[in-house]
Design a protein around this ligand. Sequence first.
Ligand code: NAP
Length: 227
Amino acid sequence: MGKAVTRPITLITGASRGLGREVAQRLVAEGHTVLAGVRDPAGMKPLPGADVLPLDVSDPASITAAAASIRARHGRLDGLVNNAGILLDQDGDALTLAAELLQRTFATNTMGPLRLVQVLAPLMARGGRIVNVSSGGGQLSEPATWAPAYCISKTAFNAVTVQLAEALRPMGIAVNAVCPGWVRTDMGGAAAPRSLQQGADSILWLLLQADPLLTGGFWRDGARIPW
Ligand SMILES: NC(=O)c1ccc[n+]([C@@H]2O[C@H](COP(=O)([O-])OP(=O)(O)OC[C@H]3O[C@@H](n4cnc5c(N)ncnc54)[C@H](OP(=O)(O)O)[C@@H]3O)[C@@H](O)[C@H]2O)c1
């Protein structure tokens, strides 16, 4: 009998469409066991080869249930792509930003991925990789005035990334943030210069190709960018 081949097990949040779906499809092609986290499994276009996992990252109960399901069915996790995100801002700046809008945005873009790592990191071993899909809008080195709830949530997500990277460094689990660039998705719109494939490349580089010792950085196109 041949040696058993262990397929990496990777969870992607927000895999129903856009970048998350593209990353999930490409990881299926790479031979991963792909857990496609989606909040409405019945309403999504089929994702051949992936295991669809109900997961609303803004709902702590949904996170707990998804983690229990992964523990029971697989017992471990090798990769986590925190991709799910929302951009709810219409217009305005920080002077008119409604607290409720900021809270809703934080629940998905910042608190959700933090909670998810807290419950899933114990299933990950040395060499595990967590990729946080952030945005250039969260960079403090490039002051932004557009979409304040979104940009502030991504800045905080970057801070979460740095904290998690340090907390998980002793366990040999890498945590990095990535900006995919401006990509043609429902969020990015039709005028965006980048294709889905180009946007997903940066995410997949961190997950599949980057030096596993790289942790606590912010990346775009395989190169470090300032926070
Ligand atoms: N597109 C860009 O230009 C761009 C640039 C920089 C960063 N990003 C980041 O890239 C990531 C993906 O963006 P995208 O452009 O692919 O956006 P998108 O096309 O709007 O897709 C967003 C995905 O997130 C999911 N989602 C939203 N809220 C969720 C929740 N509470 N729980 C689980 N899933 C949830 C959506 O699921 P439903 O189908 O259920 O709504 C959908 O699958 C986001 O984090 C975004 O901030 C995008």
